[in-house]
Ligand binder design. Sequence first.
Ligand code: ATP
Ligand code: MG
Length: 151
Amino acid sequence: MAWERTFVMLKPDTVQRGLAGEVLARFERKGLRVAALKLISVSQEQASRHYAVHEGKPFYEGLVQYIRSSPVVAMVLEGPDVITQVRALVGATRPNEAAPGTIRGDFGLDISNNLVHASDSNENAAFEIGVYFSEAEIVSYERDSDKWLAS
Ligand code: ATP
Ligand code: MG
């Protein structure tokens, strides 16, 4: 199966709680390949582009405020069927519904502080990658282990 890309963000609570390494390790351990990675403060423009789909919802203002409240780790991950694979690792949006073993199930208590963002479709992944990364920041490479992970 072809390797695809997704956009993942370790949200402010993950960085503030010192869990960024532990969460990134889960993606690495799964076999996903990091194609881009950086710590950033999200700008107003990035936040409003990223969350345009939620504009008008009751939690929208709080969501934009939260994502800009402290640095985040933005990344591009690659793998076969990567969107589904990553969302399975992340778990349900509400941590009280997220299964144990998932990131939100293991580390989260609250929907507003749910640790990770992950794209939910190939189309949204391409859009969100473009909000946070330039083409030059995304690195294409192969690892020797790739052939042992998926054929
Ligand atoms: P994400 O897009 O962050 O990966 P998701 O796809 O599981 O999460 P969405 O429905 O896209 O969930 O909502 C985006 C984010 O908005 C959620 O991760 C959460 O932080 C916030 N959110 C969603 N619904 C609510 C709500 N009812 N109350 C507060 N915050 C919410
Ligand atoms: Mg979403």
